[in-house]
Design a protein around this ligand. Structure first.
Ligand code: FAD
Length: 512
């Protein structure tokens, strides 16, 4: 296969490596990148696909840690703000941007509470300063008038007396971040395999099953990192996770007309709990988030409940001049937060990460955030390499730009000159590579490669072909649900299926 070391199945994979990583969500992809960039040989596997688990079901924000500060977790808050700055200014400016967030002040928020909220948001800005993130990257918060609030969010109800405008980071897309981290690791020589499940592991290796052939094999590794997210406890005896579900709604932008900022809306009757209504780049709005303990076994793909959908609709509607209707919901998705059970009590690991060494020597890394994946990987590899006595370079990922990264000014110039600003937004300086790969594989002209793949779906055929030739996509689901996010709206997905099949047909000669 040309152009990629991300492949489905086992064929030709190494049976002895320095580091074996289990799971290719953001944590596992980050661990693979960390290990390979220290000069080690790496095999990283996922039972399904890149970003198959929680990593594609997030709010797609790059958090500055304000929420942790509110809970008194100053260290975690600072770490989050530092990692946000690294992502936005060094490693992934192409995949992140500043998101204006408006907290509207209405009758439900008294003046005293408003003052407290404003002080909290001010403290969040101090975190930015402490993390040395420029105010050009994330502007300072400010109090705004009712008129300006309505200009930024015309759908808000009439009763607001003003708002607090602040800024946080937003991802282009969470699964795109995972794919980019994975492609960066593969570019440095890591061997990444999808459809390879770990059946058993210890500190010296694992038994793997190729999910395409059913064949099982053993791999020996000097260090083993278990980054299997909410499924991590199935692979080691001494880690028990009790997930809780968080659900988002997907709306068309015209359901909340004119929305130029994200809205932060208090949940009535619950202190310090807010929903976010977040506009996306191309015509969608996400509304989240719920928190519902999961009963029973951990599903591969969690489903939102009608109760959660009704709660999100009702709470959002209370802040708007015209309530949302059930028909406004064109999609909904749910992700699972890892809650760790240790020593008989549970603690919320979604706020911080943990690196746990099992008696077998395997190292498990769980919890944390998309935002903090780099630091999680650094901590996990530091522990795993020390325990295995592996002498490797120290971690350099804080200074290692992801594939396609460049300073914002350069990206803006590139987008202005590009036949497809969309490709620059999603692949940065690799936009030209995406188009060249698609041309080379298909022989089609740019007009056809850069046209939307279906009515109202801005994704291009070039992206789908590149997903096959360079990003290890194996089936239609990989292309529509992870390399792109067309699948978040079921109606769009069914209209795009023929384009995904076409991409496989066109790319076939290249990947064989
Ligand atoms: C609803 C929700 C919203 C969130 N929003 C944000 C946000 O806006 N910003 C932010 O920074 N963070 C956010 N987070 C947190 C963030 O999404 C998670 O911390 C992160 O995605 C976890 O990634 P992971 O790689 O550890 O797990 P996962 O993404 O779940 O990856 C684990 C992988 O392991 C694989 N796997 C499992 N078992 C095996 C096996 N036996 N063999 C091989 N592979 C296996 C799975 O297929 C999966 O791909 C949110 C979390 C939730 C739940």
């Amino acid at each position: 296969m040309s152009g990629t070391r991300i492949r489905p199945g086992w064929a030709d994979a190494p049976t002895e490596v320095d580091v074996l990583v289990v799971g290719l969500g953001i944590t596992g992809a980050g661990c693979a990148l960390d290990a390979v960039s220290r000069g080690l040989s790496v095999l990283a596997v996922d039972a399904h696909d890149l970003a198959f688990g929680t990593s594609r079901w997030s709010s797609k924000l790059v958090h500055g840690g304000l929420r942790y500060l509110a809970n008194g977790q100053v260290g975690v808050a600072h770490e989050s703000a530092v990692e946000r700055g690294i992502l936005m200014e060094v490693t992934a400016p192409h995949l992140t941007h500043a998101l204006p967030m408006l907290l509207p002040l209405d009758d439900a928020i008294g003046r005293r509470q408003a003052a407290l909220l404003r002080a909290g948001i001010g403290a969040g800005d101090l975190l930015r300063v402490a993390a040395r993130t420029s105010s050009e990257t994330l502007p300072r918060p400010r109090r705004i008038s009712a008129t300006e609030s309505h200009r930024l969010a015309p759908a808000l109800g009439a009763s607001i007396r003003g708002g607090i405008l602040s800024w946080d980071g937003q991802l282009e897309d969470d699964a795109r971040l995972v794919t980019t981290v994975a492609r960066t690791a593969a570019g440095l020589g890591a061997d990444l395999r999808t459809r390879v499940r770990v059946l058993q592991l210890d500190g010296a290796g694992a038994v793997l099953r190729d999910e395409l052939t059913g064949e099982t094999r053993e791999v020996r590794a000097r260090a083993v990192v278990n980054a299997a997210g909410v499924w991590a406890g199935e692979l080691v005896d001494d880690v028990e996770l009790r997930p809780s579900r968080g659900t988002h709604l997907v709306l068309r932008a015209d359901a909340v007309p004119g929305l130029a900022v994200a809205l932060t809306l208090p949940v009535p009757g619950v202190r310090n709990r807010f929903l976010n209504v977040v506009p996306q780049q191309e015509g969608l709005v996400y509304v989240g988030l719920t928190d519902v303990p999961l009963d029973g076994a951990t599903p591969d793909v969690p489903e939102p409940s009608e109760d959660e959908i009704a709660f999100l609709l009702g709470t959002t509607s209370a802040a708007l001049a015209h309530p949302l209707a059930r028909e406004d919901v064109v999609g909904a998705y749910a992700g699972l937060r890892p809650l760790l059970r240790a020593d008989g009590h549970t603690s919320d690991l979604s706020r911080r990460h943990a690196v746990l060494t099992s008696s077998t020597g395997a190292v498990t890394v769980v919890g944390g955030k998309l935002t903090t994946y780099r630091r999680m990987a650094q901590d996990a590899l530091d522990v795993a390499l020390r325990a295995a006595g592996i002498d490797a370079r120290t971690c350099t990922t804080a200074r290692l730009p992801l594939a396609g990264a460049a300073p914002r000014a350069e990206l803006a110039r590139l987008a202005a000159d590009s036949p497809s600003p969309r490709l620059v937004r999603r692949y940065g300086t690799d936009a030209g590579l995406v188009l060249a790969a698609a041309r080379g594989a298909s022989g089609l002209d740019d007009g056809e490669l850069l046209a939307p793949v279906a009515d109202g779906v801005p994704v291009t055929l070039a992206e789908l072909i590149f997903g096959v030739t360079h990003e290890g996509a194996h089936d239609v689901g990989d292309l529509l649900d992870r390399r792109t996010r067309i699948g978040l709206v079921a109606g769009d997905r069914s209209r795009a299926v023929p384009a995904a099949h076409r991409a496989f047909t066109l790319a076939e000669a290249t990947v064989r």
